[in-house]
Design a protein around this ligand. Structure first.
Ligand code: ADP
Ligand code: ASP
Ligand code: MG
Length: 428
C-alpha cells in the first residue's frame, strides 16, 4: 500500500475536539494499511491572531521575527495532532518544516520551496510511525533562517511532500466539500466542481479563491500530482484538480463537455497605488518597477494612462497585496526626486472580481456579458485586466459581494438546490 499525503487546514483543527476527530480520520487510513504523512495548519484563526499581536507591538515587524512568530502556530498543531494520535494507540512523530527537509529560498513571508529532502520522514515511516509535518514553513538553504511560504502555504507543503514522497495523490481537507463555482460563503447556490484543470485552478487561486494556495497548484502541475480537495467534516468525494478533466481523475457516468466557465473568484486582499504626474519619457516606468522589484513586491494589475498633451505627465496605477502596501509606498517615496513624479495615492478599499474558464478561448461575448451583469448590479469598474482564460475587474470593496453574485447568476452557474455546505471556519 502506498503513502497517503493529507493536509488539514486550520478550520479543521479549530479546537481539541476537532483535533481528536482529525486524529481518528488519520488513524483510519493507517489501519487500512497505508503509510500516512500529514501536513497541518495552525489551529483556527491562530495565524491571524499572531499577526494582530505582532502589529500591536510594532507597525512594521522585522520579517525574520514575523516568520519566527507565525511558524509557532503550526508547531502547536503538529504536536497536538501527534498527541491525539498517540492517545488512539498509534505512534506519531511531528516535525517542523526544517526537520522535515523543506528547503526554501531566503525571502521571509513568501519563501519558495526549492527542494524537499524527506530523510527524517522516510525514516520515521520505516519505523512504523504516522508523520505529522508543520505546514507553511521551511528553512532557507542560504541563510539557514526559518521561513514561511505565504498565507495558505500549508497546501503547498502538502503537495511538495506528496511529490518528494512519490505519492499518487495529495488530499487537501478543508471546511467545504471541494472547489465550488464561487465562494459558498458569498454564493450559497454555488455548485461543486467534480474536476477542474490545473490551468483553471491556477487562475482561480491567483484571483483570490483561497480554497487552494497558488503555489500548491503550480507544484501539483509541475510534478503531475493530482490534488483532491475535500471536507474533513464529511465523507463526500471532493474536487479533483488534474491536468485534463476529460481524461484524468475519476471517471463520471456522463462525460460532459467541459463547461465554458469554471467559476467566479474574488479577492479583498489587494490595494491600489497610483503614482501621479510621472514625466512621460523613456525609462520612468522601468525605474518605478525596478524599485518595487528590489523590495520583493509582486504586482498584479498595472494601468498607465495616456499622458495629457499639455503637461506630458501621466499616471501609473497598479495593485499589490495590501500587506506589502507600506513597504511599496516607502520604496517609491525614496525615488520621488529621481523620477520626478508629483505624489502617491494609496487605496485599500478595493476588491477584485474575476471570471475564469478555459472555454473563453473559443466563445465570444463573455466580456460583454460579464460587464453587463456588473452594470445591472450597479457596480462600477475601476480597472480591467485579462488573460486568455480570465477577465478581472477592480471594484469598490463594498461592491464585491454584489458583483460576484450577479456574475454567477448571469453565467447560469447557480445550482437548483443548495448543495454547498460550509462546515466550519470563520471565513477570516
Ligand atoms: P483551510 O483552513 O482548510 O485552509 P481556507 O479558509 O484557507 O481553509 O479555505 C477554505 C475556504 O475557501 C472556504 O471556507 C471558502 O470560504 C473559501 N473559498 C473561496 N473560494 C472558494 C471556492 N471557489 N470554492 C470553495 N471554497 C472557496
Ligand atoms: N496558518 C497559515 C495561514 O493561516 C498557513 C495555512 O493555513 O496554510 O495562512
Ligand atoms: Mg487555506
Amino acid at each position: 500500500m502506498g503513502i497517503v499525503v493529507q493536509k488539514y487546514g486550520g478550520s479543521s483543527l479549530a479546537d481539541a475536539d476537532a483535533i481528536k476527530r482529525v486524529a481518528r480520520r488519520i488513524v483510519d487510513i493507517k489501519k487500512a494499511g497505508h503509510d500516512v504523512v500529514v501536513a497541518v495548519s495552525a489551529m483556527g484563526d491562530t495565524t491571524d491572531d499572531l499577526v494582530d499581536l505582532a502589529n500591536g507591538v510594532s507597525p512594521l515587524p522585522p520579517a525574520r521575527e514575523m516568520d519566527m512568530l507565525l511558524t509557532a502556530g503550526e508547531r502547536i498543531s503538529m504536536a497536538l495532532v501527534a498527541m491525539a494520535i498517540s492517545d488512539l494507540g498509534f505512534t506519531a512523530r511531528s516535525f517542523t518544516g526544517s526537520q522535515a527537509g523543506v528547503i526554501t529560498d531566503s525571502v521571509h513571508g513568501k519563501a519558495k520551496i526549492i527542494d524537499v529532502t524527506p530523510g527524517r520522514i522516510t525514516q520515521a515511516i520505516g519505523e512504523g510511525h504516522i508523520v505529522i509535518v508543520a505546514g507553511f514553513q521551511g528553512v532557507s538553504a542560504d541563510t539557514k533562517e526559518i521561513t514561511t511560504l505565504g498565507r495558505g502555504g500549508t497546501d503547498t507543503t502538502a503537495v511538495a511532500l506528496a511529490a518528494a514522497l512519490e505519492a499518487d495523490v495529495c488530499e487537501i481537507y478543508t471546511d467545504v466539500d471541494g472547489v465550488f463555482t464561487a465562494d459558498p460563503r458569498i454564493v450559497p447556490t454555488a455548485r461543486k466542481l467534480s474536476k477542474v484543470s490545473y490551468e483553471e485552478m491556477l487562475e482561480l487561486a491567483a484571483c483570490g479563491a483561497k480554497i487552494l494556495h497558488l503555489r500548491c497548484v503550480e507544484y501539483g502541475r509541475r510534478y503531475g500530482i493530482p490534488i483532491h480537495v475535500r471536507s474533513s467534516f464529511s465523507q463526500l468525494e471532493g474536487t479533483w484538480v488534474v491536468s485534463d478533466p476529460q481524461t484524468s481523475g475519476p471517471s463520471e457516468e456522463d462525460t460532459m463537455e467541459q463547461p465554458i466557465i469554471a467559476g467566479v473568484a474574488h479577492d479583498r486582499s489587494e490595494a491600489k497605488i497610483t503614482v501621479v504626474g510621472v514625466p512621460d519619457k523613456v525609462g520612468e516606468a522601468a525605474r518605478i518597477f525596478e524599485a518595487l522589484a528590489e523590495a520583493q513586491i509582486n504586482l498584479d494589475m498595472i494601468v498607465q494612462n495616456v499622458s495629457a498633451a499639455a503637461t506630458s505627465l501621466t499616471d501609473i496605477s497598479f495593485t499589490l497585496p495590501r500587506t506589502d502596501g507600506q513597504v511599496a509606498m516607502t520604496a517609491l517615496a525614496r525615488i520621488q526626486a529621481e523620477v520626478g513624479y508629483d505624489k502617491l495615492l494609496y487605496d485599500d478599499k478595493i476588491g477584485k472580481v474575476s471570471l475564469i474558464g478555459a472555454g473563453m478561448r473559443s466563445h465570444p461575448g463573455i466580456t460583454s456579458k460579464f460587464f453587463a451583469a456588473l452594470a445591472s448590479a450597479g457596480v462600477n469598474i475601476g480597472m480591467i485586466s485579462t488573460s486568455e482564460i480570465r477577465i478581472s475587474v477592480v471594484v469598490d470593496e463594498s461592491s464585491v459581494d454584489d458583483a460576484v453574485r450577479a456574475t454567477h447568476s448571469a453565467f447560469d452557474l447557480d445550482a437548483d438546490e443548495v448543495e454547498a455546505v460550509v462546515y466550519g471556519g470563520t471565513g477570516r
